[in-house]
Write a protein that binds this ligand. Structure first.
Ligand SMILES: *[C@@H]1O[C@H](CO)[C@@H](O)[C@H](O)[C@H]1NC(C)=O
Ligand SMILES: *[C@@H]1O[C@H](CO)[C@@H](O)[C@H](O)[C@H]1NC(C)=O
Ligand SMILES: *[C@@H]1O[C@H](CO)[C@@H](O)[C@H](O)[C@H]1NC(C)=O
Ligand SMILES: *[C@@H]1O[C@H](CO)[C@@H](O)[C@H](O)[C@H]1NC(C)=O
Ligand SMILES: *[C@@H]1O[C@H](CO)[C@@H](O)[C@H](O)[C@H]1NC(C)=O
Length: 274
């Protein structure tokens, strides 16, 4: 046991595991050499063998894929895969990309039967038949606070415990604070950012007598009769098939007079055809 702790993945064990788990083969054959998934990190590890990197993903319910840099035995586990985060999948020399689902879950030993939560990781004794495992907090989750834009996330950012990410406020919010989010040891984000909704109605964006309603990150205009468009700057057009006569005769009349200045003027007031 001591040997396993000193050397996280002894090479003789890999060659031993391959014949043990015949289904290991698909995982190796589906490796994507020269690729990695960018900016979707849960956690990264140094001095880990590739197989240990895969196992780290298998014991972390949120993990969907891994990036591995062979030259430095550097392991990254991701909370997305190349299908769920297509635009973040890119060529990257020296890296190997692999999907969690290409590996047999039995590789995780006792942890393959764990009931850890999505924000936890299962700690186990590697390669042992031991039934012992425990669930410990792994990350703070993907921040979902209103008004935060995660497009400004940096290459080294991660959502794991004691890691941090760089965020900014979404369009329509004003920002205060450094923009850093720190994942604390209790599994909760410390937000060094406050995104306050901007009240766009203060600038009277709605035209032609429309009413303005502020919404989180945006605003809506309720147009006056005869106007349409996002800021009510377009004249409402009456479908040609509807003559004033037809409109007068139906319940549509009230609806149309609310929206169509055209009908009000030329229909109601003068009573003539358009
Ligand atoms: C990627 O993740 C999704 C969602 O978890 C999953 O359905 C899919 O099978 C995964 N792998 C691939 C190759 O799409
Ligand atoms: C996981 O559970 C299955 C079915 O309950 C059992 O056959 C298997 O041995 C268990 N695996 C481990 C590693 O405990
Ligand atoms: C987030 O930021 C990106 C780049 O800065 C920008 O293009 C995008 O519109 C923003 N999204 C929101 C919802 O603010
Ligand atoms: C971890 O996830 C569980 C269930 O998904 C949730 O109840 C719990 O609050 C989360 N813990 C933290 C620290 O966010
Ligand atoms: C705007 O709001 C006022 C007060 O609520 C209301 O009287 C008026 O009819 C509204 N105008 C439009 C175009 O909805």
């Amino acid at each position: 046991m001591l040997l396993f702790q000193i050397f996280p993945c002894p090479w003789f064990l890999i060659s031993f595991l391959v014949p043990c788990y015949g289904s290991l083969q698909p995982g190796f054959s589906k490796l994507q050499r020269g690729y990695r998934l960018d900016r979707k990190l849960i956690q990264s590890f140094t001095e880990l063998s590739f197989l240990d990197c895969v196992i780290e993903c298998l014991v972390t319910p949120r993990c969907k894929s891994v990036n591995y840099f062979k030259g430095a035995n550097f392991c990254e586990i991701n909370y997305e895969n190349k299908t769920t985060a297509e635009t973040r999948y890119m060529e990257s020399a020296g890296w190997v990309y692999s999907e969690k689902e290409h590996w047999p879950k039995e590789l995780a030993g006792a942890c393959s039967n764990s009931t850890c939560e999505i924000n936890q990781t299962c700690k186990h004794k590697r390669y042992s038949e031991d039934k012992f495992f425990e669930c410990v907090l792994s990350d703070c989750g993907i921040p979902d606070q209103n008004g935060i834009n995660l497009s400004s996330i940096k290459r080294e950012d991660a959502i794991g415990i004691h890691r941090r990410i760089h965020a900014s406020c979404a369009d329509g919010y004003s920002q205060s604070g450094s923009g850093q989010l720190n994942c604390q040891s209790n599994g909760e984000w410390k937000y060094n950012i406050v995104c306050e909704d901007v009240d766009e109605c203060q600038e009277d964006p709605c035209l032609n007598g429309a009413n303005c309603t502020n919404t989180p990150g945006s605003f809506t205009c309720t147009c006056d009769a005869g106007w349409t468009g996002i800021v009510c700057n377009e004249e409402f057009e009456i479908p040609l098939s509807l003559t004033p006569f037809m409109i007068f005769g139906t319940n549509e009349y009230r609806e149309y007079t609310q929206h169509a200045r055209y009908i009000k003027c030329k229909g109601v007031q003068s009573g003539t055809e358009h």
